[in-house]
Design a protein around this ligand. Sequence first.
Ligand SMILES: CC(C)(COP(=O)(O)OP(=O)(O)OC[C@H]1O[C@@H](n2cnc3c(N)ncnc32)[C@H](O)[C@@H]1OP(=O)(O)O)[C@@H](O)C(=O)NCCC(=O)NCCS
Length: 246
Amino acid sequence: MSSSYETVALPRLSQNAQDEQSLALATKFRELRLKSLQTDPKAFGSSYEVEISRGLDQSIDRLSNPKAVVFVAIDTSNTSHLSPAGNELDRLLRVPWVGMVGLLGPQEGNSEHVSAKQDPYARMTASDDDSGRSDNKNDSETSDELPWHYVLNGTYVSNEARGHGLGRRLVSAAIDRAHDDARAGRRNLICTVLVDDDNPRARTTYERCGFDYDGEEEYLQQPRKVLGETEPKLSTAVRMRLKRKM
Ligand SMILES: CC(C)(COP(=O)(O)OP(=O)(O)OC[C@H]1O[C@@H](n2cnc3c(N)ncnc32)[C@H](O)[C@@H]1OP(=O)(O)O)[C@@H](O)C(=O)NCCC(=O)NCCS
């Protein structure tokens, strides 16, 4: 059977969610995230060892972060035998997930603050929610204001699903959401992603979606046991940036 894929934004969980469906969703997200860190350890600033030690709470935190949306790619090619799903969450829990990307933002300010030395989720908390998504300022007030800044994080497509354009579809879905949000707030958009300098496939994916090279920085990457590392390793992260007018 040929594969059929969809990209879907995960519903945001309530903070400290403990109901069965929320836990199942967080578990599924965690499994794919850990798989990405295991199969492609060089691609990410974090490591399998660090994230498995943090448990499910970290996944619930990420999925309930008011400034984060996670998009997943789902494989819907083998769902005909399933009884009709009750709701979207049911459906999400029934189908295989084969890719994901996190969209973090908005923040006002300068993209130079995006650094491989920081956990991008830790930058985005409820307390810095000063972006005024629902502001009612008029055009003359907003035109010179700072753009809204977003960060992409954790882009991943599982090996068996690569080469079908899913990386591009996930990244495009995240950019479109950010652009819609920024337009609604009457702001220009800047979106940044950090990529390992030795990851041509990811760099091409972002370039095809409109990102350009915007500099690079060295940082100490956490040791990845799966690669036999015991000490942090000096790595280079390339910063890529996309700008869109409101
Ligand atoms: C990067 C990744 C998400 C891309 O997913 P994908 O579904 O294979 O991507 P796509 O099919 O949309 O292909 C994206 C582009 O990369 C190109 N590409 C494929 N392999 C390539 C390579 N080795 N070098 C350069 N470009 C390559 C494709 O041709 C395509 O460009 P095109 O549309 O002009 O043909 C996926 O490979 C992945 O998960 N890699 C491991 C994790 C990772 O690196 N994440 C990024 C963290 S910043």
